[in-house]
Design a protein around this ligand. Structure first.
Ligand SMILES: N[C@@H](CCC(=O)N[C@@H](CS)C(=O)NCC(=O)O)C(=O)O
Length: 203
């Protein structure tokens, strides 16, 4: 299987890189610098119609959406232990955290990033930030409880759900000081050899 990951360090393509590395798969990376507007290049728009990252090309066929790609890798790669089989009881927790990551957790975190750091002053809606922070903190409370008595989210075993959640937790480490269980959980994730340390990450 030939795979090419369209990639920029720190972007959601890190989730895919993390899964590829966990699974010890061979792949090529093709850099796309979103800060230089390369996402909107005509040749890249032919691959990802929104000009976003990630895109993974598998034997010539494009797949987009980081969560879907990570889940597909976790389920389809022979010998993968990144997802419980659909008939396993642990599958319910797996599905729950996979969706939680991209909705309840990533939703408010993205609003915090967008309106707090990314959008220019004239486009940012600062009033959204405290509301998003409140919802993000409540999502952290839920996760704190989930890792209280186990190392990883699904049955205590590392899975693709930890990739999906862990990537977002690293966006705002300062929010974890009030969540010591999650702080330890993220530190555990960062110890994994396949963890994609973003630029400037000191851990
Ligand atoms: N739901 C998508 C979101 C993709 C996304 O927004 N990626 C960001 C980089 S982390 C991006 O490409 N932003 C540039 C843009 O939206 O034009 C996914 O998880 O793959």
């Amino acid at each position: 299987m030939e795979m090419t990951l369209y990639y920029m360090p720190g972007s959601r393509a890190e989730r895919v890189r993390w899964a590829l590395e966990e699974l010890d798969l061979k792949y090529r990376t093709e850099p796309i610098d979103l800060f230089k507007g390369e996402g909107q290049r005509e040749d890249y728009l032919a691959i990802h119609p929104l000009g976003q990252l990630p895109a993974l090309v598998i034997d010539g066929e494009v797949m987009i959406e980081s969560g879907a790609i990570v889940q597909w890798l976790a389920e389809s790669v022979p010998g993968s232990e990144l997802a419980p089989a659909p008939d396993q009881p642990a599958r319910r927790a797996f599905d729950q955290w996979m969706y939680f990551a991209v909705t309840s957790l990533e939703g408010p975190a993205w609003e915090m990033l967008l309106h707090g750091r990314i959008l220019p002053e004239e486009q940012a809606v600062r009033a959204i930030i405290p509301f998003a922070e409140n919802r993000y903190t409540k999502a952290l409370d839920v996760l704190e409880n989930a890792v209280k008595d186990q190392e990883y989210l699904v049955d205590g075993k590392f899975s693709a759900a930890d990739i999906m959640v862990g990537y977002i937790l690293a966006w705002f480490p300062e929010f974890l000081t009030s969540h010591p269980g999650l702080q330890a959980y993220l530190a555990r994730l960062k110890q994994r050899p396949a963890y994609p340390h973003p630029p400037g990450d000191q851990d």
